[in-house]
Write a protein of this length. Structure first.
Lengths: 63, 332
């Protein structure tokens, strides 16, 4: 149910992909390094957002 | 200082190209992989945001409202400063701001016909001649033009003609479609040619007949007349919409009611997220522009990482094995 109700949040995943790729591309020139760095950055962003989401979700329980 | 292995060609030109079309600057420099990344990511994010906002998320408005609005002193689309960084896809908003009729207080006039109209029309009509009364939905071709001399010498007057199909509904009987043709005359009400309006409500005879949301339709209302001697006699009224050309609504500043309507209809935070996409796209292109001008910020990407935060170093120019076996120079 959470996945359905909060579906607008799924738009943030492709946005995170775009941000990771462009940011990494602006740091390095080698394609392999860009892709490797973008993957790592994407996972960091998702982990960070997921953690914040989980904290807020727990705190807002019962409100 | 860019890595010498990267040929930036003319950095100024590359930065300009990167601004105008995301990815174009890097393509010019021969950095095709990055050109594809920038182009797909920046334009993809921008277009996706625009599509989510029904292509009405990008517009420019910059005006003071002193004495014109009780609640606000200025009306400025700060977010456009970010959207503008996407370059050509967002620059039409600046032109549309200049064309926008209400950027001065008295610039909007719903009774003025700027250019002759000959367009498909959708709407309602109410016709009340002595021996022919009907009302219903009509669709057909509407022609309106300003007759400068006036047909009877009373000065400029808007006159026109409608030809099309009327769907007449009578209580207790099946609706029937009949061909209708009648003359029109002013006074008219017509939405300005360039406008990002919200909903259009058709209210003939005090009844709300239809409500339509679109800034791609233009509201028209006129009297139906017949000739009686020297004068026109009003016998009814026609109200509806005609299409508005793409460049007369795209990136035109949205009216406040249009923004409210958009938020209400799209629901949730969808419109805000759509705007967020367009803003982020612009900020991402700023990184791309700088990369085209100065090269990658951290280096080529094959530098050897040093432990404990030491600066990275370039890879050895000669193979390590060769360096180990080389004969040391004699110490003199």
């Amino acid at each position: 149910m959470l996945l359905g109700v909060q579906n607008v949040l799924w738009y943030l995943l492709p946005l995170a992909v775009a941000i990771s790729l462009v940011y990494s591309a602006s740091r390095f020139e080698l394609p392999e390094r860009i892709l490797h760095r973008a993957t790592r950055l994407f996972l960091q962003i998702v982990l960070f957002m997921g953690t914040i989401f989980a904290i807020l979700f727990v705190l807002s329980d019962g409100l | 200082m860019a890595d010498p292995r990267i040929n930036l060609k003319n950095p100024n030109l590359a930065a300009l190209l990167a601004f105008l079309i995301p990815g174009a600057g890097h393509w010019y420099q021969g950095r095709c992989f990055k050109a594809v990344i920038y182009s797909v990511c920046v334009l993809g994010t921008f277009c996706w945001g625009q599509a989510m906002a029904e292509w009405k998320g990008v517009y420019f408005r910059w005006q003071d409202l002193e004495g014109r609005d009780r609640f606000r002193t200025r009306d400025r689309t700060i977010g456009y400063l970010s959207q503008a960084l996407v370059g050509l896809p967002s620059l039409p908003a600046l032109v549309q701001w200049q064309r926008y009729p209400s950027n001065d207080a008295d610039g909007r006039d719903f009774s003025k016909l700027d250019t002759p109209i000959d367009a498909p029309f959708e709407g309602f009509a109410k016709y009340e001649a002595p021996n022919d009364s009907w009302e219903g939905r009509i669709s057909g071709t509407l022609q309106l033009a300003v007759d400068d001399t006036g047909p009877r010498g009373f000065g400029p007057e808007v006159r026109g003609h409608f030809r099309g199909i009327a769907r007449i509904e009578t209580p207790g009987a099946a609706a029937m479609e009949v061909e209708k043709e009648f003359d029109l005359a002013g006074p008219i009400t017509i939405a300005p040619q360039v406008l990002g309006n919200g909903n259009v409500t058709i209210t003939i005879d005090g009844k709300n007949r239809a409500k339509e949301y679109s800034s791609s339709r233009r509201y028209v209302r006129s009297r139906i007349v017949t000739e009686r001697g020297e004068f026109d006699a009003p016998v009814g009224e026609v109200e509806g919409t005609i299409p508005r050309g793409f460049w007369d609504w795209y990136q035109v500043p949205l009216e406040e009611d249009a923004v409210n309507e958009m938020n209400r209809r799209l629901g949730g935070k969808r419109y805000e997220i759509a705007l967020l996409f367009t803003w982020v796209a612009g900020l991402l292109n700023l990184l791309a522009i700088w990369d085209a001008y100065e090269g990658p910020a951290y280096g080529y990407g094959d530098e050897v990482d040093q432990p404990d935060g030491q600066p990275s170093t370039a890879p050895p120019a000669t193979p390590v094995a060769a360096a180990v076996t080389a004969t040391p120079a004699p110490i003199s």
